[in-house]
Ligand binder design. Structure first.
Ligand code: PLP
Length: 421
């Protein structure tokens, strides 16, 4: 039998960086006011960062400042406030573009990753789709990287996941065929923590003339991303998973693809001219941004990305890897606990099941101990089916997590053992 191809999980990283200085986690925690509170009378150990991250003062203050001093509609007014609001809104596009290694006119604002994927489905895949055409995904996708392709009528084909949670890369490559209109792949699995070799996948797909969408929702907060080096045709992320506000995100797409795509929503700002007979479209990316946008969302996102850049993504990655190693060592010692997703080079996400207790019951006990984790299928039902489990308990780490969070998680799991067997 052929051995599945093992994936060296190389990250797309900023080149020529030396070892980063250690991160000052005490100083970082002090910038997140929400972490100072008690939960169920205990210290709050927030370990649900894959669902959403907490917000630093820099983001809270940017939102506050915007609404106190700069609020006006963008692109329309000639007065001073409108100029400032438009300036802040468009400066955010420059910040996002720099953060991803893109050009500013390749950044389309969206409500988040989900909306970005729906945009690609409607405006890129649907117009090109013929009966039987496929979108190739992996078996570890979030539902948002499955359902939008189904909604536009594509046949969704998924490459298998190996027992340790790594992608079966050889099988994925074999599924690249002329019917595949788009390969859509998650960069970091929100359930398994697996880091997919997206640059290699892009090269393989492009060699067969297939464009690639990369879901960066779980990547951008944890590793430096350069979409040009990666070669992705489309890339999406959500601000709330990278210390920014909810309801905001971005789609990166190569400029020539955006130019060739029809608009999505119709309304103000996305047009150049309108008559009752016919309308013409604004330049990209505005062609895809109908209506009054989430201006504060853009401002808050820029603040979050600049804050994270100042902390340094290499330092963040080193810090989270150390947390992952230590937490894995400690939770693996709990009798009857099984980690789902152990691929080499994985991100700081630990999904597990326990012999004696349903994930929800584990989550309830952890909650009583002040430990915030996610339980359930994590919007990845096919992953649950693959591993024949109803759900997992998921502890996911962020920049402000520390050794005390791991102690608290371990202690809470010992309480689960004591209470539930
Ligand atoms: N993709 C992945 C891998 C995710 O983890 C999530 C959210 O958990 C999404 C997409 C959807 O993100 P959002 O709900 O912010 O649109």
């Amino acid at each position: 039998m052929n051995q599945p191809e093992r994936v060296p999980t190389t990250l797309t990283r900023v080149p020529n960086r030396t070892v980063p200085p250690p991160l000052d986690v005490v100083a970082i925690r002090a910038q997140f006011p929400i972490l100072a509170q008690l939960s169920r009378g205990k210290r709050l150990a927030y370990l649900d960062n894959s669902a959403t991250t907490q917000k630093p003062e820099a983001v809270i203050q940017a939102l506050d400042h915007y609404y106190r001093h700069d609020n006006a509609n963008v692109h329309r007014g000639l007065y001073e406030l409108a100029e400032r609001a438009t300036g802040a809104y468009e400066r955010a596009r420059e910040v996002i573009a720099r953060f991803l290694g893109a050009q500013h006119d390749e950044i389309v604002y969206t409500r988040g990753t989900t909306e970005a994927i729906n945009l690609v489905a409607r405006c890129y895949v649907q117009p090109r789709l013929e009966p039987g055409d496929e979108v190739l995904v992996t078996g570890m996708e979030h539902h948002s990287n499955i359902v939008p392709w189904q909604l536009v009528g594509a046949k969704v084909v998924a490459a298998p996941v190996l027992d340790d949670g790594a992608l079966d890369l050889a099988a994925w490559k074999k599924l690249l065929n002329p019917r595949v209109k788009l390969a859509a792949v998650v960069q970091v699995s929100n359930t398994l923590g697996t880091v997919n070799p997206v640059a290699e996948m892009v090269r393989a797909a492009h060699a067969r003339g297939i464009p690639v969408f990369v879901d960066g929702a779980q990547a951008v907060a944890h590793m430096a991303v350069d979409v040009k080096a990666m070669g992705a045709d489309f890339y999406a992320f959500s601000a709330h998973k990278v210390y920014g506000p909810t309801g905001f995100g971005a789609l990166y797409a190569k400029r020539e693809l955006l130019e060739a795509m029809p608009p999505w929503h119709g309304g103000g700002d996305m047009i150049r001219t309108v008559t009752f007979e016919h309308s013409t479209w604004n330049d990209v990316p505005y062609k895809f941004e109908a209506g009054t946008p989430d201006i504060a969302g853009a401002v808050g996102t820029a603040a979050a990305l600049e804050w994270l850049e100042a902390v340094g993504l290499d330092a963040v990655h080193a810090h989270e890897t150390a947390l992952l190693d230590e937490a894995t060592r400690r939770v693996a010692k709990i009798p009857g606990l099984r980690i789902i997703g152990t691929a080499p080079g994985k991100a700081a996400i630990i999904s597990f099941v326990m012999d004696s207790a349903h994930p929800q019951d584990v989550g309830d006990v952890l909650n009583m101990e002040g430990v915030a984790v996610r339980t359930g299928h994590h919007c990845t039902m096919p992953v649950m089916a693959r591993f024949c489990i109803p759900g997992t308990v998921r502890a996911s780490f962020g920049v402000y997590n520390d050794a005390a969070d791991i102690d608290q998680l371990e202690h809470a799991l010992q309480t689960v053992k004591r209470l539930l067997g």
